[in-house]
Design a protein around this ligand. Structure first.
Ligand SMILES: [Ca+2]
Ligand SMILES: [Ca+2]
Length: 507
């Protein structure tokens, strides 16, 4: 900014010297409130979709983060933005920050700030409709009647019957005005529009000072007679000449009478107390009726123990864990039985010895009735860990078993070849292989027994109601069933070959 302009601004501020004072400060009976649904301002004025919350706009208007450009500096444009909600109190204050800029020495047409009974529609009066009902404040840039009195800020209230006299800048219709050049100022200009006790006062900060409170009086109109309720709007229009008409901020505050507010609050409190009393009375009556009923019908008032009827979340989770344990235990019992049968068959067929203990362990399947608690959880976890380790050993043993069976099968095949060639048969190799096979299966069975003995000792299962036929299949169960099938298949395949071999040997 150039030096002389800075000096001018300082001198102007000193000369004006007027500082705006809020009505709530001068009149302590007024309580000020910000109306966010009747306001907009940057830096996030518009949503990402370009809309302005609680406002609608159209025509040439475009909303951005920092401002709403009502018209661009293009000829014959009309734009508008209107509030979606009404202003319906007796005292209010509008604080509007705007900017009118253009390349020409003279601009057109101008801008209007509205408070009308219905939202305006696009029209001929600074972008809005004529014959409006309510207040119009015009920032009239173009001097239509050539009286050298523009730009001007003019106030006109219309009852819906008057048509604005454009040719004479509405000079015979306006109720108040001040001649201010609001175009092309270094800073945005600001208007404060007060409506207090049915009197309208307009103050202006003419955009040559950064002092937010450096306002000067534009005009004051007593008993202006505005509608009780109205919509707020800003419109603008360009003609043969054009300006950018931008609104940077539109802030609305309302003022409430402190005494009336206190009375309302008192009424509200009385109403709340009344409702509270009614509720307490109803509650007492209900308790009395319940007591009377229990007295008259003692047989129908069995008390309910919720702990017995309802299962807690803890009990439910623990019951699921124990059910899973029980399923694993049952599956291992089945494996153990199958393994014993298989071992018996091996011993009978191979005739490699007698009196081998079957090794079937007695299984304690009784489930204690008491419900396990926190300390039992640790025991369940430990049991699971042991079981996992045992099953891993089980898998390793199966691998060894498979390898030995493969070796045995290879030997059998070789012997078949020898038998075909009328060679003597050496049964020592068969005996050795079968002994190894039997030992391995015995080892698996022993490990299974260890696992089975651990589970009932370490886990105290609660009495489970209606859990009988659970269809859940755990991962351990799945694994051991697969292993069982593998063992049976290998055993069957091996001894079938063995039988064939014997048959051929004795033919
Ligand atoms: Ca004009
Ligand atoms: Ca004029």
């Amino acid at each position: 900014m150039n030096f002389y302009l800075s000096i001018f601004i300082i001198l102007y501020s000193v000369a004006c010297g007027f500082t705006y004072t809020d009505p709530s400060v001068t009149n302590s009976n007024l309580v000020k409130r910000f109306e966010y649904k009747l306001s907009f301002k940057g830096p996030t004025l518009a949503f990402k979709d370009g809309s302005v919350p609680f406002w609608s706009f159209g025509g040439s208007a475009i909303a951005s983060d920092e401002q709403v450009r009502i018209t661009p500096s293009i000829r014959s444009q009309r734009g508008w933005i209107w509030s979606k909600n009404t202003l319906s109190v007796d005292h209010w204050l509008l604080d509007v920050k705007l900017r009118v800029t253009g390349r020409g020495r003279v601009g057109a047409d101008g801008m209007a700030i509205w408070f009308t009974e219905t939202p305006g529609v696009e029209g001929t009066v600074f972008g809005s409709n004529d014959q409006w009902k309510g207040l119009g404040i015009f920032l009239d840039s173009f001097d239509n009647d050539a009286l050298q009195n523009n730009p001007i800020i003019a106030v006109m209230v219309n009852d819906g019957t008057q048509s604005y006299d454009h040719q004479h800048d509405g000079s015979s219709q306006i109720q108040g005005s001040c001649i201010k050049d609001f175009r092309n100022k270094p800073f945005p200009i600001r208007l404060k529009i007060e409506y207090i006790n049915q009197g309208l006062t307009i103050y202006i900060n003419n955009g040559i000072s950064l002092d937010d409170n450096a306002f000067e009086l534009c005009t004051h109109i007593d008993q202006i007679g505005l509608p009780k309720n109205g919509y707020l709007g800003v419109t603008a229009a360009t003609g043969g000449l054009a300006d950018d008409h931008d609104v940077l901020e539109f802030l609305t505050h309302t003022f409430s009478d402190r005494q009336a507010l206190a009375q309302n609050q008192e009424t509200t409190h009385e109403q709340a107390k009344k409702y509270q009393d009614e509720y307490e009375k109803y509650e007492r009556e209900l308790e009395q009726q319940q007591a009377d009923f229990r007295k008259d019908h003692p047989e129908a008032t069995t008390s309910i123990n919720e702990q017995q009827v309802f299962e807690t979340e803890y009990d439910r989770e623990f019951r699921v864990i124990l059910e899973g344990q029980d399923q694993i235990r049952l599956s291992l019992t089945t494996i153990d039985r199958k393994m014993a049968e298989l071992l018996g068959r091996i011993e009978r067929i191979a005739s490699s010895g007698s009196g081998q203990p079957s090794g079937v362990a007695g299984l304690g399947s009784n489930i204690p009735d008491d419900v396990a608690r926190v300390q039992d959880i640790n025991r369940v976890i430990n049991a699971n860990t042991d079981m996992t380790r045992t099953i891993q050993n089980f898998g390793q043993s199966l691998t060894d078993l498979q390898q030995k069976v493969n070796n045995l099968q290879t030997n059998l095949n070789n012997k078949q070849h020898d038998v075909t060639g009328q060679q003597p048969v050496d049964s020592n190799v068969d005996s050795k292989a079968f002994n190894e096979l039997r030992d391995t299966i015995q080892q698996i069975k022993s490990e299974t027994n260890i696992l089975l003995q651990k589970i009932p000792d370490q886990v105290k299962c609660p009495t489970v109601v209606s859990t009988g036929d659970s269809s859940c299949l755990g991962s351990y169960t799945f694994f051991v069933i697969i292993a069982l099938q593998l063992v049976i298949f290998i055993g069957y395949f091996t001894f079938k070959n063995r039988q064939d071999h014997f048959s051929r040997k004795y033919l």
